[in-house]
Design a binder for this molecule. Structure first.
Ligand SMILES: Nc1ncnc2c1ncn2[C@@H]1O[C@H](COP(=O)(O)OP(=O)(O)OP(=O)(O)O)[C@@H](O)[C@H]1O
Ligand SMILES: [Mg+2]
Length: 367
């Protein structure tokens, strides 16, 4: 998706900083614009500032510096009842004294919707989260996962233009979680809802989002569509955080335009693509995705780079085989192979040769 200028953005964070104690910045210089209808996920480790960003966008926290705009208007100037934001928070606060159906009808009543319309919308929203039979119960009579689903239905029932969701599926089992992931994105796109979604779960972020903002230490480390994020991480943090990743430590010995040579810690030399390294002599960490590594000579591409490896462990995972190797002093080098009828199952203790294309090998910062 093309970068939008702040001017036509539906949601914009402009040089936003946040400190709770007047000393430490938990959000540092956040710049982010979203076009209308985009599904954007904030992904990052605990404490990286995701919820804080969502709370500022909702207007529950104020930015220490900078500005947040919705449809060109500063959030500070939009009264709460005019914000039209649907929200699901980490602690899914349902109104305890109301039944489930009353909880869902509440945002519709506030918007002065008639009774029959209200009932129809509440029914549809409850069915969407498979809670159709629970309308008459109170929140305390539901499980955590059921409450979470009701909170989700309540955020979507009035078809808001902007929906903010903070870990809305955290309490659900895997199967329901995957079903709801699909339902949420489907519904958001169908209704043209702009969504800011927060999760720690990278698979969830990759499968649901138009773009993902990877947070660490109060900053966006990378903001890109899922395929770009996975295939072209811009630094070691993103490469490690998104998907499985093999790293080999070394020193940059040569740079020639868009390739470089790295001397690994065990003395072997390999070619790589320089990403955020620039100086000869600099320490680097090269990164290779497990599925880009080949050990079968017949399948090895022309121009593949080869290294010796020792098989340490073979793990059968059903659809794939996961094999752990020792490569250039790294005992956690993992390769993944598809469980096909002709696929070899590697035996621990054996010595093999592995290979990959230099363009699949990225030289990143050594952290
Ligand atoms: N109300 C508050 N007062 C003071 N510090 C806070 C407050 N809320 C959050 N923080 C601090 O700000 C930092 C960012 O917190 P935030 O809740 O935004 O992280 P997060 O990325 O949502 O983490 P998690 O994945 O654990 O939910 C943390 O160091 C946290 O301790
Ligand atoms: Mg949080």
């Amino acid at each position: 998706m093309a970068e939008t200028s702040s001017g036509d953005a539906f949601v914009a964070f402009e040089r936003v900083q946040k400190s709770y104690d007047g000393e430490n910045l938990v959000v540092k210089d956040l710049n982010l614009t979203m076009p209308k209808g985009e599904f954007l996920t904030m992904l990052g480790p605990s404490g990286s500032g995701k919820t804080t960003c969502l709370m500022m966008l909702a207007g529950f926290e104020t930015a220490t510096h900078g500005e947040i705009k919705i449809d060109g208007v500063s959030i500070n100037n939009i009264p709460p009842h005019k914000r039209g934001i649907g929200m699901v928070f980490q602690n899914y606060a349902l109104f305890p004294h109301m039944t489930i159906a009353e909880n869902l009808a509440f945002p519709l009543e506030v918007r002065k919707m008639g009774k029959s319309d209200r009932e129809a919308k509440v029914k549809r929203a409850l069915e969407m989260v498979e809670m159709g039979a629970f309308g008459g119960r109170r929140p305390a009579q539901l499980s955590g996962g059921q409450q979470q689903r009701v909170a989700l239905a309540r955020a979507l029932v009035f078809e808001p233009e902007l929906v903010l969701m903070d870990e809305p599926l955290g309490a659900l089992d895997k199967q329901l979680r995957e079903k709801m992931q699909f339902e949420i994105t489907h519904l958001a796109h169908q209704l043209g809802i702009t969504t800011v979604y927060v999760t720690h779960d990278q698979t969830e972020a990759l499968t649901m989002s138009d773009r993902v903002a990877v947070f660490d230490d109060g900053r966006i480390q990378q903001l890109d569509p899922p395929d770009v994020l996975y295939e072209e991480p811009k630094n070691s943090f993103v490469a490690q955080f998104i998907g499985e990743n093999n790293t080999l430590e070394g020193v940059l010995t040569e740079i020639r335009g868009d390739t470089c040579v790295v001397k690994l810690d065990d003395g072997q030399m390999i070619d790589a693509v320089p990403i955020n390294v620039s100086k000869v002599g600099e320490k680097t960490r090269v990164s290779i995705r497990p599925e880009r590594v080949e050990f079968n000579k017949d399948r090895m591409s022309e121009g593949a780079h080869t290294l010796k490896a020792e098989v340490l462990e073979f793990i059968y995972m059903g659809d794939i085989f996961r094999t752990r190797l020792r490569v250039a002093g790294n005992d956690d080098f993992v390769i993944k192979t598809r469980n096909a009828p002709d696929q070899v199952r590697l035996t621990p203790g054996s010595q093999i040769e592995i290979g990959w294309l230099p363009q699949d090998c990225r030289a990143l910062d050594a952290v």
